[in-house]
Write a protein that binds this ligand. Structure first.
Ligand SMILES: Nc1ccn([C@@H]2O[C@H](COP(=O)(O)O)[C@@H](O)[C@H]2O)c(=O)n1
Ligand SMILES: [Zn+2]
Ligand SMILES: [Zn+2]
Length: 631
């Protein structure tokens, strides 16, 4: 296995969460344990990718941004009442994934204003804020300008629009004192991203930790009780390790708390006895919770530090079994639904959950969705199609369908008599397609990028017909941008996970899954979803789920059209999305260069356009109209 960059056996494999029917959240299998509150508490979001309306077709992730605005207000109040600190953290990738963010130009023009209604304390930039120049400048002029000292881009710069000089998009660090007296030094570190627009500059973590500002920050004479390192960077096996090493070289015992993202998984990693790292999923499916206690007059230099709050559970876990550090931790991954939020805001027994600020945000989501026509109905999806819950070539998988769509609608009518392969990267497909209405919004949800179709005309069949396999053997060059540090692994873990695996196996071996309060006869009814295993083992998911099968997929897929009955042609137009141009040219070899490449169907027909067009003209999708229902 040459490229085991993906989840390891430490990390939960079930990234893609199968839908449950709207209304399927029931009283039995929601959250069942109060959160452990410590002296310092965190709520964490990451990779929201514009999903501020929540998941309209998955009740388990059905809360919207207004619900989170309300919930986070409750939590700030609760922390205040308990006399402890809470910090809200986001780690980037704010668009490219849903209509609310992507149906405007530039992306995020409207969704950012809704996102901003949560009272975050610290935020970091994601790679999706850096692909395009207009989005990067929007990040500078709107996001960074709005959040000010809270927006941390310790290794990301942008060319000043007047002088051309590099300037940091946000701040490099934030040193501040919490309400209850903890002195925090925070950094925001993006992985070593290379696919950014050339008006931006991503400094590698290795180079960043050698910079004078960073050395000054960690060697400051100002007291530091805790480092908070946030970043769009996987919690595990990433350049967070570089930052950890650099801080530890100076501060051997000070707690360092990491908040990561980008690989779209739930994960929690122990760096050492006083340092842990959380990653909180993707697409408004997960709200991450971390709490810690152990601050005292000796290690925080602050006499009046609040004790653990009374009347609620408190963190109990040492980071390592032989820890001699005073710090105790808890972590939890909350499912993004109202029942969960109401439960933890302790309001489920009455009607007092909603606040005006949340209601207003919800009303804005609804009204902007209307304004952007996101509910416009394009077709009716006859069945569920998923990205990874079924084998790649099976009829339940989305890629055979998308291959057909590419073949059918990506066509230059002046060249339609020439056979064509239309090649795309599977990474450009972002979500499953569910049975029921297919709306304008869904076209962004499945395929949000504006990657144009390029082509090389009339490539000999012998070469063109080997291209897809060769590309998949080589693997996508974007692998470099997954953010994982390549690590030597002896075994490549088979990513297939049996349904009901973890919990069921445990029950079958006679253990009750006590922390989740689930008994043997209940397990069969669990709703499919996240079943996370991390460094604190298996009790991180706030709601227990049955696991969803996971099948690995190749990096590239293609549609083919215009071939003879035997699938042959003399020459083939090789059409491909611009995001993978360098991969294609690398495989085609020295006889081809970018001068052979041109737009196939103009610059304006992109990966955003082919699916809605296919849906509108395909009998398969039109048959169920007009009475198309969810599920
Ligand atoms: N124009 C683009 C930009 C990105 N992609 C795909 O997205 C992946 C990165 O997404 P994360 O949420 O994980 O940061 C990237 O590796 C590409 O697969 C794309 O297809 N087109
Ligand atoms: Zn992302
Ligand atoms: Zn990312």
């Amino acid at each position: 296995c040459g490229s085991c960059y993906g989840p390891t056996n430490h990390v939960e494999h079930v990234r893609h969460v199968k839908r449950m029917q709207p209304g399927a959240i029931n009283a039995t299998y929601g959250p069942s344990r109060a959160l452990e509150w410590g002296q310092l508490n965190f709520l964490h979001t990451t990779d929201t990718h514009g999903w501020l309306e929540g998941h309209l077709k998955e009740a388990n992730y059905g809360a919207d941004w207004g619900d989170f605005v309300t919930f986070s207000t409750h939590f700030k109040q609760q922390a205040g009442n308990m006399g402890v600190d809470i910090l809200l953290v986001d780690t980037g990738d704010l668009h490219d994934g849903a209509g609310l963010s992507d149906a405007t130009s530039p992306d995020g023009e409207i969704s950012m204003k809704i996102f901003d209604q949560v009272d975050y304390d610290l935020l970091a930039i994601g790679n999706h804020e850096l692909y395009l120049a207009d989005v990067a400048y929007q990040t500078l002029n709107e996001i960074s300008a709005y959040w000010g000292e809270k927006y941390l881009t310790s290794n990301v710069q942008i060319a000043n629009q007047e002088t051309g000089e590099w300037q940091y998009i946000g701040k490099t660090q934030r040193y501040f004192t919490t309400e209850h007296g903890l002195r925090i030094m925070a950094f925001g570190v993006l992985f070593d991203f290379t696919g950014n627009t050339n008006v931006t500059n991503v400094i590698t973590a290795d180079a960043m930790v050698a910079e004078q500002w960073f050395l000054d920050a960690i060697n400051t004479s100002d007291p530091i009780d805790v480092f908070v390192v946030l970043g769009h960077n996987p919690a595990r096996d990433s350049t967070f390790q570089v930052v950890f090493d650099a801080i530890r070289a100076v501060h051997s015992e000070t707690p360092i708390q990491f908040f990561g993202g980008h690989s779209h998984i739930r994960d929690f990693v122990v760096y050492d006895q006083s340092s842990t790292s959380i990653e909180s999923g993707r697409y408004c499916e997960t709200l991450g919770w971390v709490s810690m206690s152990g601050f005292n007059a000796d290690n925080s230099g602050y006499d009046g530090i609040s004790p653990n709050p009374a009347g609620v559970p408190n963190p109990t876990r040492k980071a390592t079994t032989n820890s001699t550090s005073p710090f105790l931790y808890s972590r939890r991954y909350l499912d993004w639904n109202r029942r969960t939020l109401e439960y933890h805001a302790a309001t489920w027994y009455n009607d007092s959950f909603d606040y005006d600020n949340g209601r207003e945000a919800t009303a804005e989501v609804t009204s902007y969705r209307k304004q952007l026509n996101l509910e416009d109905l394009y077709g009716c999806v006859p069945q569920d199609y998923c990205m990874t819950c079924a084998p790649f070539n099976s009829s339940d998988n989305i890629f055979p369908l998308l291959s057909e769509a590419l073949a059918e609608v990506v066509v230059n009518t002046t060249r339609q008599d020439i056979a064509r392969y239309v090649i795309s990267n599977t990474g450009g497909v972002r979500f499953d397609m569910y049975k029921g209405p297919f709306t304008y919004d869904d076209s962004f949800i499945v395929s949000p990028f504006e990657d144009a179709f390029l082509y090389i005309p009339e490539v000999p069949y012998a070469l063109a017909s080997t291209l897809l396999d060769a590309l998949n053997k080589a693997g996508a060059s974007q692998k470099r941008d997954l953010g994982f540090m390549p690590v030597e692994r002896d075994i490549c873990v088979d990513p297939f996970v049996e349904p009901l695996s973890e919990i069921k196996r445990e029950l079958d071996h006679g253990h009750s899954h006590e922390p989740l309060g689930i008994s043997r006869h209940q397990v069969v009814d669990l709703v499919p979803g996240y079943t996370t295993t991390d460094d604190f083992e298996t009790d991180g998911d706030d709601t227990a789920h049955s696991a969803i099968p996971y099948y690995s997929i190749p990096d590239f897929f293609q549609g083919a059209a215009g071939f003879d009955a035997d699938g042959h042609a003399d020459v083939v137009d090789v059409v491909f999305v611009d995001f993978i141009e360098s991969d294609v040219l690398a495989i085609l070899g020295v006889n081809y260069s970018s001068s052979d490449v041109d737009y196939y169907n103009g610059a304006d027909f992109t990966t955003r356009d082919f699916l809605p067009l296919f849906v509108k003209q395909s009998e398969l999708f039109q048959a169920g109209l007009p009475n198309c229902t969810v599920g």
